[in-house]
Design a protein around this ligand. Structure first.
Ligand code: ATP
Length: 288
């Protein structure tokens, strides 16, 4: 084998709670993570010589150590003193800096792919342990499916698969920095914490409506006052049949859960015709 093709899938957060700010500056979170079928495409090729060559289809993304895909390859090549080089071709489709863990998922896919391509013999646990060095969301992107994420997001407990539904994902034209969002979050002032335990129960019961009803993301308290378009997108989805709609991660992407395909399709068309969202996708939840 000297080539491997991978799908690096995006995640949404069905619930996102922040419990406290730790002394080291990180926030302790409790989140329900869900993989969706919106993905970047990655090809890895074993190359003659040594080193890493990364090419990306988006001009504004780095092709060096600043790219998480590159960093993931370097981590394994250093540890295993690779005798061969690797070529990474990254085609981005997941919106960038969107709250969908695009970079983390690329890193996870490179770890998984390099392990196979070079026969490194790591199991999922070994990959996740290395992944957390690259970012808190990377272990989940290795695991995929539905999971509770605690700690800084790296402590994972698999959950039953999310009931099937139609997931409309819409990224507005704005840029929101994760650092800004967490930096401006006043944990002590959070009035309403999402019912994460209730969501876990809903997943156990396979109850989509109960799961949707309990959706909540405390980071919206920072982003919505600053960027009202996030609220507008939520309202458009709710007015068009979404069971619920919420911002994913630190945003600014908004997603809605629909039990009726025609409602999701109508909301998709409406957003396409309007000006509030730049990238819009109709997705499904993924177990792997
Ligand atoms: P998260 O949900 O984990 O916060 P995100 O969706 O908000 O992630 P990313 O798309 O991962 O954010 O990108 C955040 C920043 O990381 C970008 O602005 C970009 O410069 C940098 N970056 C590094 N590598 C990548 C990559 N492979 N894909 C996208 N962005 C990358």
């Amino acid at each position: 084998m000297n080539e491997i093709r991978l799908k690096a899938k995006a995640k949404i957060n069905l619930g996102l709670d922040v419990l406290r700010k730790r002394e080291d500056g990180y926030h302790e979170v409790r989140m329900i993570m869900q993989t969706v079928n919106l993905y970047d495409k990655i090809t890895l090729r074993a190359a003659r010589g040594s080193g890493i060559r990364l090419s990306v289809n988006l001009r504004y993304l780095p092709e060096n150590m600043d790219n998480l895909a590159y960093r993931a390859a370097k981590l394994l090549m250093d540890e295993f003193s690779a005798a061969q080089g690797v070529e990474i071709e990254l085609n981005k489709y997941i919106p960038v800096a969107a709250g969908l863990a695009g970079g983390s998922s690329d890193a996870a896919a490179v770890l998984v792919g390099m392990n196979k391509l070079f026969g490194l013999g790591l199991d999922a646990q070994g990959l996740m342990e290395r992944g957390v060095k690259l970012g808190a969301d990377v272990p989940f992107c290795v695991m995929r499916g539905t999971a509770l994420a605690e700690g800084i997001g790296e402590k994972l407990t698999p959950l039953p698969p999310m009931p099937q539904c139609h997931i409309l994902v819409a990224k507005p034209k704005i840029y929101v920095s994760t650092k800004f969002v967490y930096g401006n979050l006043k944990v002590a002032e959070i009035k309403k914490h999402p019912d994460i335990d209730g969501q876990i129960q809903a997943l156990r019961e396979g109850d989509l409506k109960s799961l949707a009803k309990r959706m909540g993301n405390v980071l919206e308290s920072v982003t919505i006052p600053e960027y009202p378009v996030i609220q507008t997108l939520k309202e458009t989805m709710l007015e068009n049949g979404a069971l619920n709609a919420m911002m994913s991660g630190s945003g600014p992407t908004v997603f809605g859960l629909f039990d009726q395909e025609q409602d999701a399709a109508r909301a998709y068309e409406l957003l396409k015709a309007g000006n509030d969202a730049k990238q819009i996708y109709l997705c499904r939840a993924q177990d792997t």
